[in-house]
Design a protein around this ligand. Sequence first.
Ligand SMILES: [Fe+2]
Ligand SMILES: [Fe+2]
Length: 143
Amino acid sequence: MNKISSSTPYIIWKPEYSVGLDILDGQHCVILQLINDLYTNMRLQQPSLDIRLALETLVTYTKTHFSTEEGFLRKWNYPGYPEHNKAHERMAQITLSFSAQYLQSREDLQREMFLSLKNWWLTHILDEDMKYKTYSSQVIHGD
Ligand SMILES: [Fe+2]
Ligand SMILES: [Fe+2]
């Protein structure tokens, strides 16, 4: 972890992560940016208040995104909604518990936490969120 320069983003959003809706892509970018900010804060050993604020922001914004996305899924009568909603609830809980444990964590646990955050978000966007891309496009454009 400490071989990476502090200016290198930990996660970079790529066009292939696009789910086809600007508002949701924008929120995904913000989430990844918040994880990057937290990672940078942790690596630069910023005062714990900054890290606490960064964690709170990540917890709050994660809920904001899930709520926005679920609103669209309900509006589209997306058939995969129940499972998607459960995956979101689990992740909201995991993020909250990361936040609670973070400040006491040893460095190896923090490393695990960042890997989990990165893996969950990239896998969720590419696998689960991507499943509604075609469906929503059919609902919105009728194609
Ligand atoms: Fe999602
Ligand atoms: Fe999402």
